[in-house]
Ligand binder design. Structure first.
Ligand code: PLP
Length: 396
């Protein structure tokens, strides 16, 4: 087996055991698995956690192929599948906490992750402390005797700060804390979680893995130490997915390498163009120096993708509406990672409700874009015209 990523996208999960000799693992739909002898049933029972057909909720061969593919791409000992990224996050945390525990959560996490901590975990008597994504060594001071999980997301949602995950993980492990990473932005491949001290790497596979904006799916890959607990407790909470969705995720995976390279090349070109635009204050693209944590990105990541933000010099809702309403190639939409370009605007004041310790240090409107696979010059022209509409409305 090759350890080169471009080859892995093609081969991952495609052992003959699952494909039966055709190219793609067939869709195997099942609730009931039937046995003809007691010995067969006993064998399935004994091996039910080890990719042996036993009961639909434990997965079928289509699921086993996707689980193998994820482990081949990210590393680790096993992959649990969830109906969406949010379910993967909620369940992974729940598998490793109990009433009276304390967790550390990055302040720039995905909004539903924060809401989950502030409602569900709080209700169960689990306390959350939010930490500044750029905290570094300072994380030590936030650890309590009852801290059991450190959860990172790098780069952060919307504001894009890249964190020193290896440092955070090393400090957390001194206190036997489980380190979880929302690895969606890196698509599990541009940041190798297990080489950087992560115990459980979570993804909204909804994004780049599926890659076509048509399936909701979550994955959590765990190292050897945490795999049994993650798998068995997620199973007890009934987490499972349809084999059709597993099939589509594998189909997306096959082209993820070439898609990511194109998203990366186009997004860097757009980001550099935006950085020179007179209406733009700064660009928050992890591959650009103007992004907090760019040095860490350079050290730890293998590449980027199409998702980044830029901040305008001013905040003017009428002008921003003029920009957004007239776009030709960018639509407004939340779930990125598909082939299409997206745009959303965020006012810094709306962030203040979403950040506890790392409040935005800028005044202007933040625009988040997902640079899709369209011709990059079309996208730049679209943004150029959008910013011209913005300027016109400002001066009107
Ligand atoms: C989209 C997203 C999620 C949630 O995934 P869903 O599949 O939509 O539930 C979680 N984390 C990050 C960083 C995301 O971008």
């Amino acid at each position: 087996m090759s350890d080169k990523l471009d080859t892995k996208y093609v081969t991952a999960g495609r052992s003959k055991k699952w494909t039966k000799g055709v190219v793609n693992p067939p869709v195997q739909r099942a609730s009931t698995v039937v046995f003809n002898t007691v010995a067969e049933k006993n064998h399935a029972m004994a091996n039910r956690a080890k990719q042996t057909l036993f009961y639909g909720r434990r997965g079928t061969e289509t699921h086993f192929a996707l689980q193998d593919a994820m482990v081949e791409l990210e590393g680790g000992a096993g992959c649990a599948l969830y109906p969406c990224g949010t379910a993967a996050i909620a369940n992974a945390i729940l598998c490793f906490v109990k009433t009276g525990d304390h967790i550390l959560m990055v302040d720039g996490c995905y909004e539903p992750t924060r809401d989950y901590c502030d409602t569900i975990l709080k209700k169960m008597g689990i306390e959350t402390t939010y930490y500044d994504p750029m905290i570094g060594e300072g994380i030590r001071d936030l650890i309590k005797p009852n801290t059991t999980v450190l959860f990172t997301e790098s780069p952060c949602s919307i504001t894009m700060e890249v964190q020193d995950v290896p440092l955070l993980a090393r400090i957390a492990h001194e206190s036997d804390i489980v380190v979880m990473l929302d690895n969606t932005w890196a698509a599990g491949v541009n940041f190798s979680p297990f080489d950087h001290g992560v115990d459980i790497s979570i993804q909204a596979a909804t994004k780049y893995i599926v890659g076509h904006s048509d399936v909701m799916l979550g994955t959590a890959v765990a190292n050897e130490k945490h795999w049994d607990q993650l798998r068995e407790q997620s199973y007890l909470m009934g987490q499972c997915i349809s084999p059709d969705d597993a099939y589509l995720a594998m189909r997306g995976l096959r082209t993820m390498g070439v898609r990511l390279k194109q998203h990366e090349a186009s997004s860097i070109k757009v980001a550099n163009w935006l950085a020179e635009h007179p209406l733009v204050d700064h660009v928050r693209h992890p591959a650009l120096e103007s992004c907090p944590g760019n040095d860490i990105y350079q050290r730890d990541f293998k590449g980027c993708n199409g998702l980044f933000s830029f901040v305008l010099k001013q905040s003017d809702s009428k002008a921003t509406t003029a920009l957004l309403d007239g776009m030709s190639h960018f639509s407004m939409g939340y779930s990125w990672g598909g082939f299409e370009s997206l745009i959303l605007a965020n006012e810094p004041k709306s962030f203040n409700a979403l950040r506890t310790v790392a409040h935005p240090q800028f005044e202007g409107t933040l625009i988040r874009v997902h640079i899709g696979l369209e011709d990059v010059d079309d996208l730049i022209e679209d943004l150029e015209q959008g910013l011209a509409r913005y300027q016109e409305m400002l001066s009107a």
